[in-house]
Ligand binder design. Structure first.
Ligand code: PLP
Length: 243
């Protein structure tokens, strides 16, 4: 198989697994292909596989890739999701082009997005990143602060909260770890539903972004609406292909 055929085969495998994992209970989650560290030549073929949502975790890298990724017809353009920690002073660089900022984890950042979005005459969709285990260094607002955040964010005209995002802790993959992860995913889903059921005006709780290469099946079974998958599609980072 050529490199491209291998890429397509891995994408098909992930999509098949997702369809099976979410069977019945929840809709099949949308696949966000995490393209960080991979060159645009590796990303462009995703279009042919019907994968247009891509995730980058660094502003600089996203900006470098952007012209090549948005050079096609509008319907073919990639939708860029920012999934990594975002510094307030970098918001201005991505505000026009980003499709969804998944990593909003503090009010100061929300306010800066609001300000820049209004200047750009946009309403920018964002997700509130929550910390499933209360490890703030990994990013994410504590669960207990989510409701107050949403009530305040609902008053910012430049951004639109569309749901929640979480990054799970790394585990050794053993049976106990799987059990723990399952509880964390379920807890996120419950929090998502509870916040959705508050029906806060101006907040649209539709997306729950959770699950990566190691645990996206579990996430799908627990009700993720988006999974962010990198290495299961592109291979391990560090061994990135160069085109
Ligand atoms: C890198 C990254 C992913 C994808 O990780 P893989 O294990 O390669 O699938 C998902 N979410 C975030 C926030 C990331 O930084």
């Amino acid at each position: 198989m050529t490199e491209r055929e291998e890429l397509f085969a891995r994408i098909r495998a992930v999509q098949k697994n997702l369809a099976e994992a979410s069977e019945g209970r929840y809709p099949v989650p949308r696949l966000i292909a995490v393209t960080k560290t991979h060159p645009v030549e590796m990303i462009l073929p995703l279009r042919e596989a019907g994968v247009l949502d891509i995730g980058e975790n660094r502003v600089q890298e996203m900006m470098e890739k952007l012209p090549a990724l948005q050079s096609g017809a509008p319907a073919e353009n990639f939708r860029l999701h920012l999934i990594g920690r975002l510094q307030t002073n970098k918001v201005k660089y991505i505000i026009k082009d980003v499709h969804l900022i998944q990593s909003v984890d503090r009010m100061k950042l929300a306010r800066e997005i609001d300000r820049r979005a209004q200047q750009a005459e946009r309403r920018v969709p964002v997700l509130l990143q929550l910390s499933p285990v209360g490890e703030p260094q990994k990013g994410g607002l504590p669960m207990a602060d989510a409701e107050a955040f949403l009530r305040e964010a609902a008053r910012l005209p430049g951004l639109e909260v569309r749901g929640l995002m979480a990054v799970m802790p790394l585990t050794d993959g053993g049976a106990e770890a799987q059990q723990w992860l399952t509880e964390l995913f379920r807890g996120m889903r419950q929090t998502f539903e509870r916040l959705r059921d508050l029906a806060i005006e101006g907040i649209h709780m539709e997306e729950l972004s959770m699950g990566m290469s190691g645990d996206y099946l579990l996430a799908a079974r627990c009700g993720a609406t988006m999974v962010r998958v990198g290495s299961a599609i592109f291979g391990p980072r560090g061994s990135a292909h160069n085109g």
